[in-house]
Design a protein around this ligand. Structure first.
Ligand SMILES: [Fe+2]
Length: 191
């Protein structure tokens, strides 16, 4: 048996875009129609193609995903675009296990990481190629693409963190990122 196995890597990452290649990689996509609740401008939304893909996710589980201590690795590709004056964004979530934290790292594009704690205190971090972001447990997170091209980022998080989309569906985030005179502006929002 070879102690050094040249083919032992679990997968390969193309660092040009963060994409994963290898066996067992899972994928999903979100269309605009699945994100209706997150955008403010219902009239603008109604005029758009609901079938267009807003973002795609790839992720890789290296072991039983429900084992406490297991990690997941993934990446997201968020398309550029707007609904009215509001930029395309991910659904956003708290973790079901609130104390589970997460890393995001931007590969390409420009955007904002919108963060909100359970008291609805919000803030944003600017995302650009090379920016590394640490998301504490108990903090909801959403990514907004404020640039003219795809925003791509990689992530690493505890496999048992889970996703609580329901709280965001009911209460929304306390901040929205909109385009004003061609530049992104962060506004307070009651949902
Ligand atoms: Fe997360």
């Amino acid at each position: 048996m070879n102690i050094v196995d040249p083919n032992s890597a679990i997968a390969s990452i193309d660092w040009n875009d963060g994409s994963l290649r290898g066996p067992g990689i899972q994928q999903s996509e979100k269309t605009l129609g699945q994100l209706q609740a997150v955008f403010k401008d219902g009239e603008a939304f109604a005029a758009m193609d609901r079938t267009q893909v807003v973002y795609r996710v790839q992720w890789l589980s290296a072991e039983a995903a429900d084992r406490e201590g297991a990690l997941l690795w993934g990446n997201t590709t968020l398309e550029p675009g707007k609904v009215g004056d509001e930029y395309f964004m991910t659904h956003g979530h708290f973790h079901l296990k609130r104390d589970r934290s997460e890393f995001y790292a931007t590969v390409q594009g420009e955007g904002m990481l919108v963060l909100m704690d359970e008291n609805r205190e919000g803030r944003v971090e600017k995302m650009k190629a090379g920016s590394l972001h640490y998301i504490n447990g108990n903090v909801a997170h959403r990514v907004v693409n404020t640039g003219p091209s795809q925003l791509r980022f990689v992530a690493c998080w505890p496999a048992d963190a889970g996703h609580d989309y329901g709280t965001i569906a009911e209460e929304g985030f306390s901040l929205r990122v909109v385009s004003q005179n061609g530049a992104p502006v962060v506004l307070r929002s009651n949902r």
